[in-house]
Write a protein that binds this ligand. Structure first.
Ligand code: CAA
Length: 240
């Protein structure tokens, strides 16, 4: 029987590539999305993903969302916490709203989603969790104290939960993407992005599929000895 995977933010950008790659590997994919229903339905029709709307920054919504997926599709074996936003700005101009939105959506979402799936995974003695961090959580980035703090938090969260899951057959790993060609990166001003790309040894932005490749590697049943690790996929921009 096909195994069920949830990908948050799974209908656009890196998340869409992850959903597609998991479908190609034979998973039944619940692709969560926040607000863009049209894009989600189009993506689902094209790929066979099952679209589910809920707000990952809302604890109760995650609990209900996971319950809906499990009752429709079956127990969740794989969770990819990918949903994320930017609200860039230097600290001296940053509002509390910019701080809170990014912390809630990018970091608290990992708690909300993992809390909702972890008891089932523990009972079944199997699970694969992949959290999407960032190069900017490893190295920091001008104009991103909120995003860097949230993504750095994801890396610590991953290592702590990996220790808790290890004896229960649950692996927890992170991927730290560099600059990937998505609408998020397209928002970076051109003159800033040019400088960033000049600092990437591979000489280009990454593609969403290059992150998805890391996810399929980490969620394989054969990857049971890989836990608490961070896989950097950044074209050599930051070797950590
Ligand atoms: N390092 C040092 N100085 C920098 C800098 C940098 N990386 N970026 C900008 N500055 C400097 C500018 O040169 C400028 O200096 P001068 O006034 O002396 O010319 C000053 O900071 C102000 O810059 P801006 O005019 O850009 O200021 P702003 O307030 O309009 O915008 C900003 C600031 C919002 C941070 C803007 O520079 C920006 O969007 N930067 C990109 C941030 C970024 O990389 N975000 C990543 C998004 S993608 C992502 O997050 C995915 C992932 O995981 C990798």
């Amino acid at each position: 029987m096909s195994q069920v995977a949830i990908v948050t933010g799974g209908t656009r950008g890196i998340g869409a590539a992850i959903s597609k790659a998991l479908i190609d590997e034979g998973f039944t994919v619940a692709a969560n999305y926040g607000g863009n229903k049209e894009a989600a339905e189009e993506f689902a029709a094209a790929t066979g993903a099952h679209p589910y709307q809920w707000d990952v920054s809302d604890f109760e919504a995650c609990r209900e969302g996971v319950a809906r997926v499990e009752s429709d599709l079956g127990p969740v074996k794989v969770l990819v916490n990918n949903a994320g936003i930017t609200r860039d700005g230097t600290l001296h101009k940053m509002t509390p709203e910019q701080w809170q939105q990014v912390i809630q959506t990018n970091l608290s979402s990992c708690f909300n989603m993992c809390r909702a799936i972890i008891e089932g995974m523990r009972e079944r003695g199997y699970g694969r969790i992949v959290n999407i961090g960032s190069i900017n959580g490893q190295a920091g980035q001008y104009g991103q104290v909120n995003y860097a703090a949230a993504k750095s938090g994801i890396h610590g969260f991953t290592k702590a939960l990996a220790q808790e899951g290890a004896a229960k057959g649950i692996t927890v790993n992170a991927i730290a993407p560099g600059y990937i060609e998505t609408s998020m990166v397209a928002k970076v001003p051109d003159r800033v992005l040019e400088k960033i790309v000049a600092g990437i040894p591979v000489g280009r932005l990454g593609q969403p599929e290059e992150i998805a490749r890391g996810v399929t590697f980490l969620v394989a049943p054969e990857a049971g000895f890989i836990t608490g690790s961070t896989l950097s996929i950044n074209g050599g921009q930051h070797m950590y």
